[in-house]
Design a protein around this ligand. Structure first.
Ligand SMILES: NC(=O)c1ccc[n+]([C@@H]2O[C@H](COP(=O)([O-])OP(=O)(O)OC[C@H]3O[C@@H](n4cnc5c(N)ncnc54)[C@H](OP(=O)(O)O)[C@@H]3O)[C@@H](O)[C@H]2O)c1
Length: 365
């Protein structure tokens, strides 16, 4: 592989631009071409982003000898088709999230990539950010003990727009596929394989997509996730992982975190209270006993300092996933160990199971 890896960008919309800007932070990467269905749009995007090649049509892009790897930034319902196109031309692929519309599509693409021994990865960029890597390390090293519960939300009060991909069920719209994919991937990474799912969704009817979704996941070892995504509500956009020895907070926005806080906690004996029985000597006095019952459950947290870590993201952050893809290309790995294809398949399989389990209700709002 040449020293500089040359990217071809398939699609010329907002993510295509964001990714091209992110790549400017990667010294051994270049973008050699960008493709649109429309030649004028391709030329305009290439000029705006300083890309030498403007290509009309996607077949030409994947066939280009100037392209080492293709980044796919088309709407979600086209990911399968465009990944198969690139893989068919023998080109490695980094494809925007969600990887596909459902697990069957994801399996088909994974089978093709594996049969051709060509690199393929979902552009689940959050997984590669410094804070997410640190988060995994904090959990792996037992700094909050055994993780038991994860709660996380992503949601914004988006204004309904006719034709927007967010509200278009055919284009992979809806809160679950567009936003839930982040949280399910996050939960899988942090708490491990999922055994059971349950979900509820409310649709307002606009576009007919799921607009607010609440999901519970039962992971292996009895761990639980409680996830919520919304296209109409301003959620905290945070995550909290409750462990047996403390809690870990992933500050807003959870899909692009830069700050983590760890708050240690002591195990608390019910009845005896926490904090190592600090009031034990006075417990013969009824008033003290009653006060102790109320106070001791929180004593375990008092005096234990919250520790925050800042893990800044360079630029817009879209380059970290590209750096991992390029590392894999150079080392001859067809899948990233941090985000293998089975992970993307598992995420979509969970989304499929959630969709099968819910009854779409109208909020009447
Ligand atoms: N990672 C993230 O943070 C993030 C954020 C937003 C979106 N995304 C994902 O990125 C993908 C693209 O989203 P976006 O916001 O960049 O969309 P967008 O601005 O609408 O761009 C999509 C591009 O796809 C091309 N395209 C090709 N065939 C098309 C078709 N049949 N219908 C519509 N467009 C077609 C269009 O280019 P031409 O018309 O020029 O051919 C268009 O510019 C989605 O899968 C989305 O989930 C990821």
């Amino acid at each position: 592989m040449a020293e500089t890896i040359r990217w071809g960008i398939l699609g010329a919309g907002s993510m295509a631009e964001a990714f091209a800007r992110g790549l400017k932070f990667v010294p051994d990467a270049s973008v050699s071409a960008i493709a649109s269905r429309n030649p004028d749009r391709a030329r305009e995007a290439a000029a705006r982003l300083g890309i030498p090649g403007a290509v009309a049509g996607f077949d030409e892009l994947v066939a280009s000898s100037n392209v080492d790897i293709v980044y796919i930034a088309t709407p979600s319902h086209l990911h399968r088709e465009h990944m198969l196109l690139a893989l068919g031309a023998g080109k490695p692929v980094l494809c925007e999230k969600p990887f596909a519309l459902d697990a069957d599509q994801a399996r088909e693409v994974a089978d093709r990539a594996r049969a051709r021994k060509v690199f393929c990865m979902e552009a689940m960029w959050t997984r590669f950010l410094p804070a997410t890597r640190r988060l995994v390390d904090i959990l792996d090293t037992g700094q909050i003990g055994e993780p038991r519960l994860l709660s996380a939300q992503i949601g914004y009060p988006y204004v309904f727009e006719e034709g927007s991909r967010l509200w278009d069920p055919q284009a992979g719209g809806g809160a679950l596929l567009d936003l839930g994919v982040y949280l399910v991937s996050f939960a899988l990474t942090l708490l491990g394989p999922v055994e059971e799912v349950a979900g509820l969704a409310i649709a307002r009817g606009q576009g007919g997509v799921d607009e607010n979704v609440a999901v519970s996941l039962l992971h292996a070892r009895g761990r639980l996730s409680s996830l919520a995504v919304s296209l109409s509500g301003a959620t905290a956009n945070e995550a909290v992982i409750a462990g047996s020895l403390g809690r870990l907070r992933v500050h807003e926005p959870v899909f692009r975190p830069e700050r983590l806080s760890i708050r240690p906690a002591s195990p608390i004996r019910p009845g005896a209270g926490g904090g190592g029985g600090r009031l034990a000597g006075l417990k013969g006095i009824p008033m003290v006993r009653s006060l102790a019952r109320r106070v001791e459950p929180i004593v375990g947290l008092v005096g234990r300092k919250t520790r925050s870590e800042l893990l800044p993201i360079a630029g817009n952050g879209y380059q970290y996933q590209a750096i991992e893809a390029m590392r894999c290309l150079r080392s001859g790995e067809a899948e990233s160990p941090l985000l293998p294809l089975d992970h993307s398949i598992a995420v979509l399989d969970i989304l499929d199971r959630i969709r099968r389990s819910w009854r779409l209700r109208s909020s009447g709002a």
